[in-house]
Design a protein around this ligand. Structure first.
Ligand code: AMP
Length: 216
C-alpha cells in the first residue's frame, strides 16, 4: 500500500498520515521531517544551505530530495508500503519516482481553505527530534511548550511566519495543479486511485472516508 497525501501545509496531512500508519502498519515518511532531522544531526555547508532554504520557504533541489527519499524507502520497514507526506512537491519529483519504479497506489488530496491554513499554522509548535506536532489552541501539549512524551522543549518552526506561510501557500498553489493533474491522468488510466477529501470535516469523518477509499 503506497500512498501519497497532498494538501496545504496544516491541512492535516501529518495527522492523517499518522492515523494510516498506525492502522495499516506502514511508515509515514515526511520529507520535511527527514530534512529537519538531517539538519539537527549535522552542521555542514550542505545542511546549513538546506536550513536556509527551509527557513525562507524555498524548495530543496529535486536531486537532494530524491536521494533522501530513495534511501528512506529502501529500508526494510517500507516493504509493505508507506505514506508520503510532502513528497512529491514538483512534477519532476513525481516523474523521477515513477521512472525508478516507485509505484503509487493511492493519492489522497486534503482540501482546506487558505484562510484556515493561516489560522492553523500560526499557533503550531513542533518537537524537533520526533516531528510531533501540536497547536497552542487546537491541540495543546499537556504541559505548556513541552513535548508530551519526552518533556523536551517545543519550538515554533522558523518558516511558520505569516510572510513565509503566504509564500509557501503560493508555491503550493502553483505546483499542486500540475501534480494533481498528473495523478488524475493516472487515475483515469486505472494506474492508481485518487480521492479529494474535505479536510474541514470532523476527524472521524475524514478517517472513515480514508478507510473506505483504501479498501477499494
Ligand atoms: P513541510 O514540513 O512538508 O512543510 O516542509 C518544510 C520545508 O521542507 C518546505 O517548505 C521545503 O523547504 C522543504 N521540503 C519538504 N519536502 C520537500 C520536497 N518534496 N521538495 C522540496 N522541498 C521540500
Amino acid at each position: 500500500m503506497k500512498i501519497i497525501l497532498i494538501g496545504y501545509p496544516c491541512s492535516g496531512k501529518g495527522t492523517q498520515a499518522k492515523f494510516i500508519s498506525n492502522k495499516y502498519k506502514i511508515p509515514k515518511i515526511s520529507t520535511g521531517d527527514l530534512l529537519r532531522s538531517i539538519i539537527l544531526k549535522k552542521t555542514t555547508k550542505d545542511t546549513l544551505e538546506i536550513k536556509k532554504k527551509i527557513d525562507s520557504g524555498q524548495l530543496i533541489p529535486d536531486n537532494i530530495i530524491i536521494s533522501i527519499i530513495q534511501k528512506r524507502i529502501s529500508k526494510k520497514d517500507c516493504l509493505n508500503g508507506y505514506i508520503l507526506d510532502g513528497f512529491p512537491r514538483t512534477i519532476n519529483q513525481a516523474k523521477i519516482m515513477e521512472k525508478n519504479n516507485l509505484k503509487i497506489d493511492y493519492v489522497i488530496e486534503l482540501l482546506i481553505p487558505k484562510k484556515s491554513v493561516l489560522k492553523r499554522m500560526l499557533g503550531r509548535q513542533i518537537h524537533e527530534k520526533s516531528g510531533r506536532v501540536y497547536h497552542k489552541i487546537y491541540n495543546p501539549p499537556k504541559q505548556k511548550n513541552k513535548d508530551d512524551i519526552t518533556g523536551e522543549k517545543l519550538v515554533t518552526r522558523k518558516d511558520d511566519t505569516k510572510q513565509i506561510i503566504q509564500k509557501r501557500l503560493n508555491e503550493y498553489d502553483f505546483l499542486k495543479k500540475k501534480i494533481i493533474n498528473y495523478y488524475k491522468r493516472k487515475h483515469k488510466l486505472n494506474k492508481l486511485k485518487f480521492i479529494k477529501i474535505n479536510a474541514k470535516k470532523k476527524l472521524f469523518i475524514i478517517q472513515k472516508k480514508i478507510i473506505k477509499f483504501l479498501k477499494k
